[in-house]
Structures are given as C-alpha cells and as structure tokens.
Design a binder for this molecule. Structure first.
Ligand SMILES: CC(C)(COP(=O)(O)OP(=O)(O)OC[C@H]1O[C@@H](n2cnc3c(N)ncnc32)[C@H](O)[C@@H]1OP(=O)(O)O)[C@@H](O)C(=O)NCCC(=O)NCCS
Length: 159
C-alpha cells in the first residue's frame, strides 16, 4: 500500500521516547521472524541507551518519517557515510517509508560528498537494501551482550 502521505523531518531529543518505543516494537515483531528470542531480547533492550540516541541525533543526520502524525520510521547517516539506523514501525511495513527515508539519506550523503554509503544490515533488512541497489560485500560478526549477530556489510557507490 502506498497511499499514505509520508512526511520527513529531522529528529530532536524530545523524539527519543517515541523512537525507543517504536524501535522496541519493530524488533519484537518484524525482526523476531529472523532471530532467536535471546537475540531479540538483547537487541530490543539496547534501546534504553539514551546517550546513544542523543549522540546519534547530535552528530548524525537523523531523519524521521511520519504518517498521520505518528512515527512511521527513522534513519540516520554519519558524516563518513555510515548508515546507522533504518527502522520502520510494525504498523507501516511495506508502505514505502524506508524507501522515502533512504532517498533522503542518499541526498544527504551526496551533499556531504560521501563517495559511498555503507551499513551493517540485519538479515531482515537485506532484501530491502538489495532492492535499493546496495551490494553485499561481506558478513560482519558483531558480538553484542553475549549474542552473535551476523550482519551484512552493504555498500552503494554514489554517482
Ligand atoms: C527493512 C525495512 C526497513 C523495510 O521498510 P519498509 O518501509 O517496509 O520498506 P519499503 O516499503 O520502502 O519497501 C520497498 C521495497 O523493498 C523491498 N523490501 C522491503 N522489505 C523487504 C523484505 N523484508 N524482503 C525483501 N524485500 C523487501 C520490496 O521490494 C519493497 O517493495 P514492495 O513492497 O512494493 O514489494 C523494515 O522491514 C524494517 O524496519 N525492518 C526491521 C528493522 C531492521 O532490521 N532494520 C535494519 C537494521 S540494520
């Protein structure tokens, strides 16, 4: 369904509670298909790290997508072209929110003069990034709170 109006704006610290809630719900529902309950628990619990969100909002380009005044998704890119976050609300999957966010992130990357965008992509999101022209370079083993996550290093060269 693509009949939703998606609005973009940059995040501020006051958005953090809504970001945390949405992130936890997405991990517990959407990512839960692809990961073990133990992995989902440490991943979702990581959301309570407020300094991490504050640092990302302050130092990265951190953009929110809103549908009907609800948080539908968010994404961020660091100054060096690292795409840190890309999460979509469980209620707005496959509505084009991630596509809209990624177009804006890519616009910003070009503005920052990044030669490429790179990211450590979950199993759940790999198909989306492939569709958007990102190439799988290698698997990255990220150990987080005792759980092993095998993420894909995915890269898109910008023209
Ligand atoms: C991956 C994710 C961001 C995609 O968000 P989305 O808003 O549903 O994506 P879009 O609606 O813009 O999808 C655009 C196209 O990408 C492709 N796509 C999206 N999700 C896909 C999936 N899981 N598998 C294969 N292709 C997918 C489809 O071709 C889709 O077009 P279609 O719906 O017309 O078929 C979302 O599923 C999500 O939040 N996943 C969980 C969080 C996560 O793992 N984030 C990455 C952490 S690194």
């Amino acid at each position: 369904m693509n009949d939703h109006i998606i609005k973009l704006r940059t995040a501020v610290f006051d958005d953090i509670p809504a970001i945390v809630e949405m992130y936890r719900e997405t991990v517990h529902t959407v990512n839960a298909k692809d990961y073990t309950p133990a992995q989902i628990k440490v991943w979702a619990d990581g959301a309570v790290n407020y300094p991490r969100w504050e640092k990302a909002i302050k130092e990265q380009y951190f953009v929110l997508a809103e549908i009907e005044n609800r948080l539908a998704g968010f994404s961020s890119i660091a100054k060096d072209g690292y795409l840190d976050f890309m999460y979509v609300n469980k209620d707005y999957q496959r509505c084009g929110a991630a596509t809209t966010l990624l177009k804006e992130i890519e616009r910003k990357a070009r503005e920052q003069k990044n030669p490429e965008i790179y990211s450590h992509v979950s199993k759940t999101a790999r198909g989306f990034f492939q569709k958007m022209g990102y190439e799988h370079k290698e698997d990255i083993r990220d150990l987080y709170k005792g759980e092993l996550f095998i993420n894909a290093l995915m890269v898109k060269r910008l023209k």
